[in-house]
Design a protein around this ligand. Structure first.
Ligand SMILES: [Zn+2]
Ligand SMILES: [Zn+2]
Ligand SMILES: [Zn+2]
Ligand SMILES: [Zn+2]
Length: 308
């Protein structure tokens, strides 16, 4: 098929026709491991800080609300911020080889985001093996099993609010789901150790205080009515510190067409991007060249007239 790319699952080299064995590394190649024409696969690793206490906060998926593991406060990340964070990859996609990545810093609203992004097919966040994700229909909401380490990696359709601001976004891999969007019939992933209630003694009266993941950092004692500030070890047990994980998105369409999705009002929000590595807009280059040529022409005419 025109534009299809076959990918070696081992060395991630790409080929424009199928091979039994990878011409590059010699491993067996699967005829299914083909990147559909026009599909754009991006990987992201994004962290920011809690909007209240400033502690590091990983954004392991496009999430509009994240609870701080340190102070319990909820930080908010509106769709427009997500658009700014994710769209650079789509715009710069042609400049990336597989597995290339780039870092940027985005300051937007009260938050600063450290974003590392690149062109990468869905792979296991743990062992980096390519995931069997090419055949699954866009829209599936389930777990993929890594064929190397067995890790379950969630995949789900891009949430509607994200598609509204980034119409080419299709499917997520390895991304944390927003509350309430788990696949039906499945168990919420993080019901484990941390979810079990902890019982501690009230430092004031010695009464039993039962705290759960739902508890605020200040828990009222039902016996003596004193507000008890939960000690760090109890709080951390209930809210284990999270690492910043990689997650992936599939976008649809060819990059050039995606770039044209930008509406004039998008350009207004570009000022938010303080990324040191961000490239000037593509249209600027020909424009500057044209202006330089015009200036040179006028210059020449001026001197030609004067010397006469
Ligand atoms: Zn290979
Ligand atoms: Zn916090
Ligand atoms: Zn794995
Ligand atoms: Zn008490």
């Amino acid at each position: 098929m025109e534009g299809t790319i076959w990918l070696c699952m081992d060395c991630q080299e790409e080929f424009y026709e199928p091979h039994d064995k990878c011409p590059d590394c010699g491993e067996n190649m699967s005829p299914d491991a083909k990147v559909p024409a026009g599909a754009i696969y991006g990987v992201y690793q994004i962290r920011t800080t809690c909007q209240r206490c400033g502690q590091p906060m990983p954004l392991n998926g496009p999430l509009r609300e994240v609870d701080c593991k340190a102070c319990g406060n909820t930080s908010h990340f509106p769709p427009e911020q997500w658009k700014s964070l994710l769209e650079d990859l789509v715009e710069e996609y042609d400049e990336f080889g597989w597995s290339d990545s780039r870092g940027s810093t985005l300051m937007s609203g009260a938050s600063t985001f450290k974003n590392t992004y690149g062109r990468q097919v869905p792979h296991c966040p743990d062992c980096h093996k390519v995931l069997p994700a090419f055949d699954i229909p866009v829209g599936d909401n389930r777990d993929l099993t890594c064929r190397k380490c067995g890790m379950l990696v969630p995949t789900s359709p891009a949430p509607e609010w994200l598609v509204e601001v980034l119409p080419s976004a299709r499917q997520l891999y390895g991304a944390e789901r927003e509350a309430g969007s788990a696949p039906t019939g499945s168990v919420e992933a993080e019901v484990s150790e941390a979810a079990r209630p902890v019982v501690m003694q009230c430092p004031q009266c010695g009464g039993a205080l039962k705290v759960t993941v739902e508890s605020d950092r200040l828990v009222p004692c039902e016996y003596c009515n004193v507000d008890v500030y939960l000690p760090d070890d109890v709080w951390r047990r209930l809210h284990p510190v999270k690492t910043t994980d990689r997650w992936m998105i599939r976008f649809e369409g060819n990059p050039r067409r995606l770039r044209d999705e930008k509406t004039p009002e998008d350009e207004d929000t570009e000022g938010d991007d303080l990324s040191p590595g961000s490239t000037p807009a593509r249209w600027l280059v020909p424009l500057l060249l044209a202006m330089a040529a015009l200036a040179a022409g006028l210059f020449f005419l001026f001197f030609a007239n004067n010397s006469r």
